[in-house]
Design a protein around this ligand. Structure first.
Ligand code: AMP
Ligand code: ZN
Ligand code: FE
Ligand code: FE
Length: 273
C-alpha cells in the first residue's frame, strides 16, 4: 500500500512495478509517488490489461512540521482533479528550484554534478534528493545512496536545502479536496508522538502501522492509537526499487484484506465517483 515508481524517485516505471507485484502474486498494490499522480493512469492500464491485480490510486505528500518531516499518504485520490494537478505542479517547480540550489552548494564544495544530469536521472519526473544521490554515486563521490545522505544530502548536512514548506494541514486539504483519504505515513519516523497526535487532530483518517522500519513495539503502539481514535490502519513497504536505497522490498509489508476493505468503504463515501 506504499509503492514508489520512476515518476517520483522509484527505480521502476508504473508498468514495471505492477508487473513485479503480479510476479510475487500480490492481489493488489497502491501507487503512492511523492507529490505526483502522474504514474497512476499507466499503473491502472497495466492492471486492467490482465484484470488479476488491483491498483489503488494514491500519493505521498511530503510536508514539514517544525523540525520534523511528515509524509501524508492519500488513497483513492481523483488523479484527474484539476485543482489537485495545479497544486502538484507548483510543488514540482519548487522542487526543481531547490535541486538547483543544492547543486550550486555541491559544486561550490567541488562535486561536479549538473542539474541536467540530475533531471535526466529523474526521467522527466519529479526531482528528489535520491536523484542527486544517484548522480553523486555515478561520479564516484560516494559508494552508496545512504552515504550520500549521511555526508551531504541529509537534513542539516552541507549540501542540504530545505524543501518548500507545505504543512501537514495543507497536504490533508489537498488530498481531501481531490476525494482522497489522508493516512499518516510511517508515524514512527516522525519521531515525536505529540506531533503525531496533533496531526491526527488535523483530520488524518488512518495510520500506516506496519512499515519496514517500525519495530514490534511501534506497530503495537500505533495500532492501539488507531483503535482509540477510530482510525483506519494500513501496511506499506515504501518500495523504491533498489534494496539499499528505498525502505523495503516489494511486498515485505502486506495489508490484510480487511484493511483494504475498510479503506475502500471509506473511499466510496468520500470519493466523487
Ligand atoms: P526529498 O523529498 O527530495 O527531500 O527526498 C526525500 C526522499 O529521500 C525520501 O522520501 C526517501 O526516499 C529518500 N531518503 C531520505 N533519507 C534517506 C536516507 N538516509 N537514505 C536513503 N534515502 C533517503
Ligand atoms: Zn522516495
Ligand atoms: Fe515517506
Ligand atoms: Fe514513501
Amino acid at each position: 500500500m506504499h509503492v514508489h515508481t520512476s515518476v517520483s524517485d522509484g527505480m521502476f516505471t508504473p508498468h514495471e512495478v505492477v508487473y513485479q507485484a503480479r510476479e510475487i502474486r500480490l492481489s493488489g498494490l497502491a501507487i503512492t509517488d511523492h507529490d505526483t499522480v502522474d504514474g497512476i493512469a499507466e499503473a491502472l492500464d497495466e492492471a486492467k490489461s490482465t484484470g488479476d491485480i488491483q491498483v489503488i490510486p494514491g500519493i505521498e505528500i511530503n510536508t514539514d512540521a517544525g523540525r520534523s518531516e511528515v509524509h501524508i499518504l492519500g488513497y483513492y485520490i481523483d488523479h484527474d482533479d484539476d485543482r489537485l494537478r495545479q497544486s502538484l505542479l507548483k510543488i514540482r517547480q519548487a522542487r526543481r528550484e531547490r535541486a538547483a540550489k543544492m547543486i550550486r552548494k555541491l559544486n561550490a564544495m567541488g562535486f561536479e554534478v549538473t542539474l541536467d544530469r540530475v533531471a535526466e536521472m529523474a526521467e522527466g519526473g519529479l526531482i528528489g534528493r535520491p536523484h542527486l544521490a544517484r548522480a553523486l554515486m555515478e561520479k564516484g563521490y560516494v559508494f552508496s545512496i545512504k552515504e550520500a545522505f549521511e555526508k551531504l544530502l541529509g537534513r542539516g548536512k552541507p549540501g542540504y536545502v530545505p524543501r518548500y514548506k507545505l504543512t501537514p494541514d495543507e497536504a490533508i486539504c489537498i488530498i481531501k479536496r481531490a476525494g482522497g483519504i489522508p493516512v499518516l505515513a510511517h508515524p514512527g519516523l516522525v519521531g515525536d508522538d505529540a506531533l503525531v497526535s496533533r496531526i491526527i487532530e488535523l483530520g488524518i483518517e488512518g495510520l500506516e502501522i506496519n512499515y519496514p522500519e517500525h519495530g514490534e513495539e511501534e506497530r503495537r503502539k500505533y495500532a492501539e492509537l488507531a483503535r482509540q481514535k477510530g482510525l483506519l490502519v494500513t501496511a506499506g513497504s515504501d518500495y523504491h526499487g533498489m534494496p539499499h536505497e528505498g525502505r523495503g522490498k516489494l511486498g515485505c509489508e502486506q495489508a490484510e484484506d480487511w484493511m483494504v476493505d475498510e479503506l475502500r468503504k471509506k473511499g466510496r463515501k468520500t470519493g466523487k465517483k
